[in-house]
Design a protein around this ligand. Structure first.
Ligand code: ZN
Length: 340
């Protein structure tokens, strides 16, 4: 298994905007990739992509998933000076948005560029330009059009509730790093697609559903997962920082997050597989974190649940990982799909 396929899909995958609730474009992109591999995916009413793989055995049903949706902003209101007041989609680290380029997409699919800035934007004018807290009240969008009033902005077709896409600034370095917003969870989407590419001619051990989920960032992505599954290993970013063991070169196995512990036996099985396959892995607890396992459990799905994923630095801010972490994640996911 190598990273050639993954590196090939990274630019388009990351540049396809997919803030929670705006799933059409990313769904079409991922469907095309899966169909080119020879798979037959479907899209659910909720916008999740589901792919059913027939296993060698049928006495257990497994599922895996990663989420396609990302963080973003939405127009809350139009200010009298022609700037936009915003509301958050998911939980972006708001101070990191100050100065970022963005795109406003109207409901008629008109697109305008802009910059997310603080209302005290100029150091030469505002005493608090450096000290003002960057929050939803103090941030705004400066549109790259000659607008001077609310009416000017309305004339462009921009309205409350329009999506604002944050520039992911995707960069691949020669040293093997992937720098971008939304590696959570497109890094994991890459890992699953890489595993599917490598298993095109191979059946997994058990019948397996593969889900590409939307609306995870707002907490209910996998709530609509097939209720018949026995095991669910979701692939989502690993945390890095403070006293955690996670890093940009390993796959993280999450023992517990804000929703409580993951399934003991399934988590043990993943640790065992990582040891057997000599996969670089860490076990961590994720302090402020929820996942699609919690969404499935809260919706009443009676399954074992576990979480693995590449370590991602500065999550929900200006993220980074190394392709090593994506490769180790792919190895562990494939080992799981092949295992008893
Ligand atoms: Zn995530």
């Amino acid at each position: 298994m190598d990273l050639n396929f993954v590196k090939k899909i990274v630019p388009d995958l990351f540049l396809t905007d997919s803030p929670t609730g705006y799933s059409g474009e990313i769904d079409r992109y991922v469907l095309r990739i899966l169909e080119e591999m020879g798979y037959h995916p479907q899209v659910t009413n909720k916008g999740n992509i589901v792919l059913k793989l027939e296993g060698k055995k049928h006495d257990k049903i497994r599922a895996t998933s990663a989420h396609l949706d990302t963080l973003g902003l939405m127009v809350r209101s139009i200010n009298s000076d022609g700037t936009l007041q915003v509301t958050n989609i998911g939980g972006p680290c708001l101070p990191t948005l100050d100065g970022e380029y963005c795109k406003i997409v109207t409901r008629n699919q008109k697109r305008y560029t802009g910059t997310i800035l603080c209302h005290s934007a100029s150091s030469h004018v505002y005493e608090d330009a450096k000290s003002k807290p960057r929050d939803l009240d103090s941030l705004m969008v400066r549109i790259d059009e000659k607008v001077f009033s609310k009416k000017d902005v309305e004339t462009l077709g921009i309205a409350n509730g329009d999506y604002i896409m944050i520039d992911p600034k995707t960069t691949l370095t020669v040293s093997g790093f992937l720098k971008s917003r939304f590696i959570d969870d497109k890094g994991s989407v890459c890992a699953i697609l890489g595993v599917l590419e490598s298993m095109k001619e191979e059946k997994p051990m058990y019948d397996t559903y593969v889900y590409f989920v939307n609306q995870e960032e707002v907490g209910h992505g996998a709530s609509a997962i097939c209720p018949d599954i026995d095991e669910f290993v979701t692939v989502d970013m690993g945390c890095i920082g403070k006293d955690l063991a996670g890093n940009e070169y390993a796959v993280s196995i999450c023992a517990k997050d804000s929703g409580g512990p993951y399934s003991y036996e399934l988590t043990n099985q993943l640790c065992r597989l990582a040891q057997q396959e000599k996969i670089r892995y860490v076990v961590d607890i994720f302090p402020y974190y929820g996942s699609d396992i919690g969404a499935a459990w809260r919706s009443g799905v009676d399954c074992k649940g576990a979480l693995i994923g590449p370590g991602v630095h500065a999550s929900h801010g200006m993220e980074r990982t190394h392709f090593d972490a994506i490769l180790e994640t792919m190895k562990l996911l494939r080992a799981y799909l092949r295992s008893e």
